[in-house]
Design a protein around this ligand. Structure first.
Ligand code: CP
Ligand code: NVA
Length: 311
């Protein structure tokens, strides 16, 4: 390894240097190979990860929890009723309390500011397990999957369809870091945040990634090597579900849309998927879909992060 991530937080992908980003992907590949050979290593023996969840989860919980077990450590699940973030005690007090007993914190929260605040006060590394603004671990696993399937990242084109949400934001940062072009086709009023685009463009200027937001689906999908979509209403937006479904419907990832990309294009979705809404059953079940590879790669990408920040 060439750079040390020891004791670093992972709040946003934008905070990683180019070297750190690629090192996380490289170590993740190595861990996956060891996992496939059933090689057991226990560098986290005696270490504990506190996992704070304000929202539901399947993938994030099982990948962090099984990852900690697999590498010799232990994970504690702290659900919404357990610590009642911001109600029972302050975020700063929680961060300092956990720091005395655990070796790292993973947090899935509504407000992004909560993870920022945890990182500000914690004396142990804090990893963002999804906020309303970003989902960095997901995008590390996704780019690992793209590289595994297509043999590279730089100069390839990804198209993201639907809502300019947390996943879209982290994808902007991730693609910018690795030099992958990203075209986001979103309905008017659902564009990613302007400041996230600006931050990502600063990295893109150095890596050559072209980042583009459009309302035109065809333009985004044309010549794409990878297509990505996510739910139209994220956790916390349930009340807007019907209204969002109406405006997002033209951005559904269907077979017709898939055929407009490169013939060998792969299909990504962070899951959970709403079949018949943002993606059709046929597309998600097609041989071009790599959604379960992405889900497995959450384990390897996150353990790459944890092994390095907890070193
Ligand atoms: N993709 C993802 O983060 O899944 P969960 O919400 O199930 O953790
Ligand atoms: N955008 C989705 C991602 C779920 C993994 C949400 O925030 O609900």
């Amino acid at each position: 390894m060439t750079v040390s991530l020891r004791r670093k937080h992972l709040v946003s992908l934008k905070d990683l240097t180019f070297e750190e980003f690629f090192q996380i992907l490289d170590v993740a590949d190595e861990l996956k190979r060891k996992h496939e050979r059933n090689e057991r290593i226990e560098p986290l023996r005696g270490k504990t990860l506190a996992m704070i969840f304000q929202k539901p989860s399947l993938r994030t919980r099982i990948s962090f929890e099984s990852g900690m077990n697999r590498y010799g450590g232990h994970a504690i699940y702290l659900g919404p009723e357990d610590i009642q973030l911001g109600k029972r005690e302050t975020t700063a007090d929680i961060a300092r309390t956990i720091s005395g007993c655990c070796d790292a914190i993973m947090a899935r929260t509504f407000g992004h500011d909560i993870v920022v605040e945890l990182a500000r006060w914690a004396r142990v590394p804090v990893v963002n397990g999804l906020t309303d603004r970003e989902h960095p671990c997901q995008i590390l696993a996704d780019l690992m999957t793209v590289r595994e399937k297509l043999g590279g990242l730089r100069g390839l084109k990804m198209a993201f369809l639907g809502d300019g949400n947390n996943v879209a934001h982290s994808l902007l940062h991730g693609c910018a870091k690795v030099g992958m072009h990203l075209s986001l086709a979103v309905p008017r009023g659902f564009e990613p945040k302007a400041e996230v685009i600006e931050e990502a463009k600063a990295d893109a200027a150095r890596t050559g990634a072209k980042l583009h937001v459009t309302h035109n689906l065809e333009e985004a999908v044309r010549g794409a090597d990878a297509l990505y979509t996510d739910v139209w209403a994220s956790m916390g937006q349930e009340a807007e579900k019907a209204a969002r479904a109406k405006v997002m419907k033209p951005y559904q990832l269907s077979m017709k849309v898939l055929k407009k990309a490169k013939p060998e294009a792969i299909v990504l979705h962070c899951l959970p998927a709403h079949r018949g809404e943002e993606i059709t059953d046929e597309v998600i079940e097609s041989p071009q879909s790599v959604v379960f590879d992405e889900a497995e790669n959450r384990l390897h990408a996150q353990m790459s992060v944890l092994l390095q920040v907890m070193a």
